[in-house]
Design a protein around this ligand. Sequence first.
Ligand SMILES: [Zn+2]
Length: 382
Amino acid sequence: MRFEVSKVLDAIEARLTTDPALARGVVDLSEVVRYADLDGGRPASLVRLGLLIDALGRYVSEESVPVYAVAPRALLSDADLTSNERMVVRRWADDGKVEVVPQIEDRVLEVAEMLGLPVLTRDREDRFRDRRPWVTDPGRLLALVSNQGGPVLVARVGRGEAAPPVPRSPLGERLLARVWRCPQMNCNTYGDGGDPDSPFADMRTFTSPVSQPPPALRAGAPTCPRHGDRLKDMGARPATEVFSVRIDGVIRQRFVVSEDKAVVIGRAPEGGGGVMLGQWLTEDARKWISRGHVRLSLRGGEVTAQDISTNGTGIRPGGSLDDDQRLTLRRDERRVLGPEDIVELYAQVHVGRSKMWATGGVVQPESVMSEAPTMAFRPVGR
Ligand SMILES: [Zn+2]
């Protein structure tokens, strides 16, 4: 049983991010672990975060949807969690997978506002209304409720309506346009990796400048949410564009192309950091698509696709389904992508800007709970 739990926690870990370009919802981790009515289990259980992640995937009809979890420092020593769970939370904190703050206060609301993300909470909107009027807008608060087939997220306000996407706040945009540095030497979120010659340099993980989470704003100054120190402005942050992999109409994964890092997409790109499609491909597609197939790079606001494959890369200008309009890039050929151009590695194996595809197209996304002991998704009698 312990083994199964640790596999679930690994699956959950792969869905945690504080990257502003990738996170799809914000949650107070200390709150969701206590939703005991969902499984009738212990007062606190880290596995409940998996129920929430699955529900978010179903809500947006997309695979591999990540959440931004904020944890108050007290959770790291919460005696209601098992010692193994406490250890896992500490590791997530050390690796920057979850954001640890002295007290939650308004941090979840602040992140949601700056990034334009829904707050995943069971609290009622009237609890927050005085602090953040937008919580009464449709779709801004989503609550996890029991349902046959597993808990689902429902909008607390404007239930049943499709909520329009919410943009980042102007303040969020301003703060996310800069790279920040925390004066604390051990700050892995707003650090610079420290001394590269240190014997511990390899053991430390640092958030890359391009994926730094939004600073907290305290007394009008950008502040490290974990340490409370004022952050130093280190200059402009490299620009980013978010892309999606869409296979047979289903969004499998989002990824970020940034000005300082090109991304290789293929069956199994070498050297890590690329987007690996192999696990989602049919046998024919796997034969056709090269290990590293196409490279996307961003410069001066333009995204360029460069073919690096054996069989060539298709481009569908403006997303056109007309095969007569399809272009083929041969090895090393490049093309600047229009806003709605689709890169086609094989029939129905597509890459394009995420904002083009409003729905992920999948009814039952893959669960992070598949290895869970049966207790964890026992439906609740009502
Ligand atoms: Zn810090």
